[in-house]
Design a protein around this ligand. Structure first.
Ligand code: MRU
Length: 353
C-alpha cells in the first residue's frame, strides 16, 4: 500500500513529503493557501491530479482562516486565494481546474447570500467548501479506478510495458493514472514486465514509480532514460503508458520532459503509446500544444543529485520540466469515460460532450 498522500482536517492539510521518498515517510502540515502553494511549488507534493486536490484543500483552509463575514469579503478573499494557488506551478491544468472550481463554489455562495452572513452562515459556507474539496478528491479516486479498467482492457496478455515519470498513486488520491493502468492489468495477470524510466532530472521514476511498482508486486525494472530505445527494441516492449499534465483541444499532450522522445521512439518501433488522464486534464481553451505553458524549473535540479554537484561551476543549463507530445504520436487517450482513439480534435470534443 502507498501511504496517504494528503490527510485533510479543518485544522490543516498533512502532506506526504515526496522529496523524502523512498527513504523516509514524512509529513508536513499546510495550514493555509500560502503554505499549500509553497508545498506544490517546492515539490513536497507533485503530479497533476494530486496538485489539484491539494489546492482544493488549501482553498478551504484559507477561507476557514479568513472567515469572511460578508459576501463582498468572501468574493475578494476567494479570488485572491484562487490566484495565489494558481501561481504555484503553470503547466498542470488540474491546479487551475480545482482552484477555479473552489472559487466558483465560493462565488455562488456569495451571490446566493448577499450582505452579512452571521456565524451560522459562515459555518455553512466553510462546510460547503470542505465538502467541495473532498468531492474533488473522491472524483479523482473514482477516475483512477475507471482509467485502470479501460486501460487494462487495451493491453495484451504477457504485456511488457514502459512508463515515464510518476503517474501513480503518489500523483493522485487514487491508484494513479498510467501506473493505475499497469496495476489494474497486473491484477488481471496481464503484466509480464514493467519498465520505469528514471526521469531525469527530478528522478520521479527512480524514486517514486519503481517504488510503487515494487510495493504492488509488479515484476519491474528501473532503467535510465537513455536506455529506453534499446529496451524497446530488444526487450519486447508492446505498450507504453504515461500520464498528462495538460491535453490541448487537439490532443497534443504536455507531460514530464522526456515523454515526447519516448513517443517518437514508440512510433519508430510501432509500439502503442497511451496517455491516461482524467477529463479535467483536457483544456479546451488550449487550441493546440503551442498554447501550453511549459514550466522552467531551477537549474539546480539539473546540476545537483542528492546534494552533490555533478556539473562544472558556472555551467549554463536549461530545465524545461515538461514537453508536448503531438497528438499524432498518441495511439489513444484513456480517461475515466473510456478511450479516445484516434486522438483528434473531433473525437475529443465528442468524448467530452
Ligand atoms: O513535475 P511533476 O512530478 O509534478 O510531473 C508529474 C508528471 O509529469 C506526471 O506524469 C503527470 O502529472 C501525470 S500524474 C497522474
Amino acid at each position: 500500500m502507498i501511504p496517504p498522500r494528503l490527510k485533510f482536517s479543518t485544522k490543516g492539510l498533512q502532506i506526504l513529503d515526496q522529496r523524502s521518498l523512498p527513504d523516509r515517510i514524512e509529513y508536513l502540515t499546510a495550514r493555509n493557501a500560502a503554505q499549500t502553494a509553497a508545498a506544490i511549488k517546492d515539490m513536497a507534493l507533485r503530479g497533476a491530479p494530486l496538485i489539484g486536490c491539494a489546492a482544493a484543500f488549501g482553498f478551504a483552509l484559507e477561507l476557514r482562516r479568513l472567515r469572511p463575514g460578508t459576501s463582498a469579503e468572501l468574493a475578494a478573499a476567494a479570488k485572491r486565494t484562487a490566484s495565489l494557488l494558481k501561481a504555484a506551478r503553470p503547466t498542470a491544468v488540474a491546479l487551475f481546474y480545482a482552484a477555479d472550481r473552489m472559487l466558483s463554489k465560493a462565488l455562488s455562495y456569495a451571490a446566493a447570500n448577499p450582505g452579512r452572513f452571521g456565524p451560522a452562515g459562515t459555518s455553512m459556507l466553510l462546510a460547503q467548501l470542505d465538502r467541495e474539496a473532498r468531492l474533488v478528491t473522491s472524483e479523482d479516486e473514482a477516475a483512477c479506478l475507471a482509467m485502470g479498467k479501460y486501460g487494462a482492457e487495451l493491453l495484451p496478455r504477457n504485456c511488457v510495458i514502459m512508463t515515464h515519470c510518476n503517474a501513480g498513486a503518489l500523483a493522485t488520491m487514487g491508484i494513479g493514472t498510467a501506473v493505475g493502468v499497469i496495476t489494474a492489468a497486473h491484477e488481471q495477470g496481464k503484466i509480464k514486465h514493467a519498465y520505469s524510466c528514471e526521469t531525469r532530472p527530478y528522478l520521479q521514476g527512480a524514486r517514486l514509480t519503481i517504488w510503487e511498482l515494487m510495493r504492488g508486486g509488479v515484476p519491474s525494472e528501473l532503467i535510465t532514460d537513455n536506455m529506453a530505445a534499446h529496451i524497446i527494441k530488444t526487450c519486447g516492449v508492446n505498450a507504453i503508458v504515461v500520464g498528462a499534465d495538460r491535453i490541448a483541444a487537439n490532443g497534443d499532450t504536455a507531460n514530464k520532459i522526456g515523454t515526447y522522445g519516448l513517443a517518437v521512439i514508440a512510433k519508430h518501433h510501432k509500439v502503442p503509446f497511451y496517455v491516461a488522464a482524467p477529463t479535467p486534464t483536457i483544456d479546451l481553451a488550449a487550441h493546440s500544444g503551442d498554447a501550453i505553458v511549459i514550466e522552467e524549473r531551477s537549474i539546480k535540479e539539473v546540476t545537483y543529485v542528492k546534494g552533490a554537484c555533478i556539473a562544472p561551476k558556472g555551467v549554463k543549463v536549461r530545465h524545461p520540466a515538461f514537453d508536448v507530445t503531438p497528438a499524432g504520436l498518441i495511439t489513444a487517450l484513456i480517461t475515466e469515460r473510456g478511450v479516445i482513439a484516434p486522438v483528434t480534435r473531433a473525437a475529443i470534443k465528442k468524448h467530452l460532450a
